[in-house]
Design a protein. Structure first.
Length: 132
């Protein structure tokens, strides 16, 4: 399995942000989230104004039960840097994980307004439970 031979220190030798992002995506795909998180943190250090790093960090943080609040903050940072529909969707997902159903609905609605033809956004909104 790729996750067994994934070199833990690989992110340290990455020369560019794109190489780091490649390591992040690969780490996520092979479920080496520890390595992916370190690589994304390194990419954020090198390029703190690049939304992609915060969006990926949020997605990694969502996998940890106690990091839902951190995931929301990372997603908000990504959205502030790049107010695109996909970042609204990521924030909605993080809000869902932190049990903020109203916030999740609001962000999904905004994502749909920005990309009305995106079926994934519409399906996510349809599956979202009603807030109590």
């Amino acid at each position: 399995r790729a996750s067994q031979w994934f070199p833990v220190g690989l992110f340290q030798s990455a020369r560019s942000i794109n190489e780091l992002m490649g390591i992040v995506i690969f780490g996520i795909n092979v479920r080496r989230l520890d390595v992916a998180e370190r690589a994304v943190q390194k990419s954020i250090e090198r390029a703190p104004n690049r939304a992609e790093g915060y969006a990926l960090l949020s997605q990694i943080q969502m996998t940890k039960p106690n990091d839902a609040g951190l995931a929301v903050e990372s997603a908000k940072r990504a959205l502030n840097l790049s107010p695109v529909a996909s970042n609204h969707y990521i924030l909605a997902t993080a809000m869902y994980h932190s049990k903020d159903l109203l916030g999740a609905r609001r962000e999904l609605a905004q994502a749909i307004r920005m990309e009305p033809g995106n079926q994934e956004f519409r399906e996510a909104l349809a599956r979202l439970p009603e807030p109590k």
